[in-house]
Design a protein around this ligand. Structure first.
Ligand SMILES: Nc1ncnc2c1ncn2[C@@H]1O[C@H](COP(=O)(O)OP(=O)(O)OP(=O)(O)O)[C@@H](O)[C@H]1O
Ligand SMILES: [Mg+2]
Length: 399
């Protein structure tokens, strides 16, 4: 009893009309009602977590918990106690017994994100719980049993990791029975227009702004971009453009400062002549008209309430401490402008601590990479776990 693709798309919010995305949805609809484990592969920002949520939502477990575990962000020393729980007194500091994520996910789904980052010792225990539903809490002697559906994801090539002795072959074979591979955005650029409409409308609604859509030229610009950060990057670009240009229609000019020049490449996936079937352009036309009616309504509401049109944007993603006087203003999210000035102003020396410098560089790098922790850690040359710890201790969490 699987739901229709349209219903699945509405419920999960996973957008796309391209063949590749429809195939993904088709697979999700087929396997969601079963209890089979699923491995989701794909580059960063392609929607792996969305797929995990879609599987849960379309399953008979939908009213039970969906527990997401980022295996790459949990320090190695505590990962097993986080996953399987621990008994009181099992290690220094274990003053109370604690339930693990598996127990918390009982009857529901557990999403093991970045499974490629799990330590080898822990992988043995994961294999056991996947095969038998059994585990032993840290410091315990008794086996516990859970009923949990497992969805795992990674951006890594697990076969390569097996070759490097970073991933167990038996666990890989156990997981890969059903594999869903999320395509990079450059391989389904035909979805860009609908994605932009959705992200634009959502952002405008959240911030009480008007969304005046995007010009066909701007869609073409977006299609010729390589999207190293995939759909997440597209969403961030649209939100920044709208935050900085509230109420304006998106044009290539508005996009220019938000896209990295070096990521423009002749995109081999892009057909030179784009021909849209007539029924599709009709539908697009109707959608667009609906969109404009909606904006007019919004405008009228504001006029009737005596409020100015296009309220000033509030973007929760943008940390913006006012620049100290004398320091050239740096565009938010653009660290390159920092290259032109010394990292520390000479008159600040003696006033700043290593911690402050570290906090600042982490905050700025996070902003540049749209809070993508993997890319931030790579760029700073530190491990993702280390970055995670520092984000926690400096309170740099986005939420
Ligand atoms: N097909 C899609 N439709 C709508 N939104 C999408 C789609 N794909 C991705 N997104 C959005 O893009 C962002 C990134 O998606 P998600 O977190 O699922 O990616 P991911 O593959 O898990 O990335 P990472 O490997 O970096 O964790 C989210 O905000 C998500 O809502
Ligand atoms: Mg993810």
């Amino acid at each position: 009893m699987s739901m229709t693709l349209d219903a699945l798309q509405r419920k999960s919010g996973l957008i796309g009309e391209s063949d590749v995305i429809r195939e993904v949805l088709q697979t999700v609809a087929q396997i969601a009602p079963t209890d089979i484990s699923v491995l989701v592969l794909g580059e960063s920002g392609t929607g792996k977590e969305m797929v995990a949520k879609a599987i849960h939502t379309a399953s008979r477990r939908k009213f039970e918990p969906l527990i997401t575990v980022n295996c790459g962000a949990i320090p190695v020393g505590i990962i097993e106690s986080e996953l399987f729980g621990h008994k009181k007194g099992s290690f220094t500091g274990a003053d109370e017994a604690r339930k693990g994520y598996f127990e918390a996910a009982h009857k529901g789904t557990i999403f093991l994100d970045e499974i490629g980052e799990t330590p080898l010792e822990t992988q043995v225990k994961l294999l056991r719980v996947i095969e038998t539903g059994e585990f032993i809490p840290v410091g315990g002697t008794q086996t516990q049993k859970v009923d949990v559906r497992i969805v795992a994801a990674t951006h890594r090539d697990l076969r390569e990791e097996i070759g490097r002795n970073n991933f167990r072959q038996d666990l890989y074979y156990r997981l890969k029975t059903v594999t869903i591979t999320m395509p990079p955005l450059r391989d389904h650029v035909e979805d860009i227009a609908v994605l932009v409409e959705r992200f634009g409308l959502e952002f405008a609604t959240r911030n009480d702004l008007v969304f005046r859509s995007i010009t066909p030229e701007a869609v073409r610009t977006l299609k010729s971009y390589r999207w190293p950060g995939n759909v997440r990057e597209l969403k961030n670009v649209i939100e920044s453009v709208l935050a900085l240009n509230p109420g304006e229609r998106i044009t290539p000019e508005l996009l220019a400062t938000h896209l990295q020049l070096e990521s423009f490449q002749p995109n081999p996936a892009l057909p030179v002549l784009v021909t849209t079937p007539p029924e599709q352009s009709d539908r697009e036309l109707v959608l667009r008209q609906l969109l404009f009616i909606r904006q007019d309504l919004h405008d009228l509401k504001h006029i009737a309430a005596g409020q100015p049109l296009a309220a000033s944007p509030v973007d929760p993603y943008m940390p913006s401490p006012p620049p100290p006087s004398g320091v050239p203003e740096v565009l938010i999210g653009d660290v390159s402008a920092l290259d032109q000035r010394p990292l520390i102003e000479p008159d600040a020396i003696g006033e700043v601590t290593m911690e402050e410098v570290e906090r600042e560089i982490i905050a700025k790098t996070l902003a540049k990479f749209n809070h993508n922790r993997r890319r931030t850690a790579q760029s700073l040359g530190i491990a993702e776990r280390t970055l995670y710890r520092k984000i926690q201790s400096y309170g740099l969490d986005k939420k």
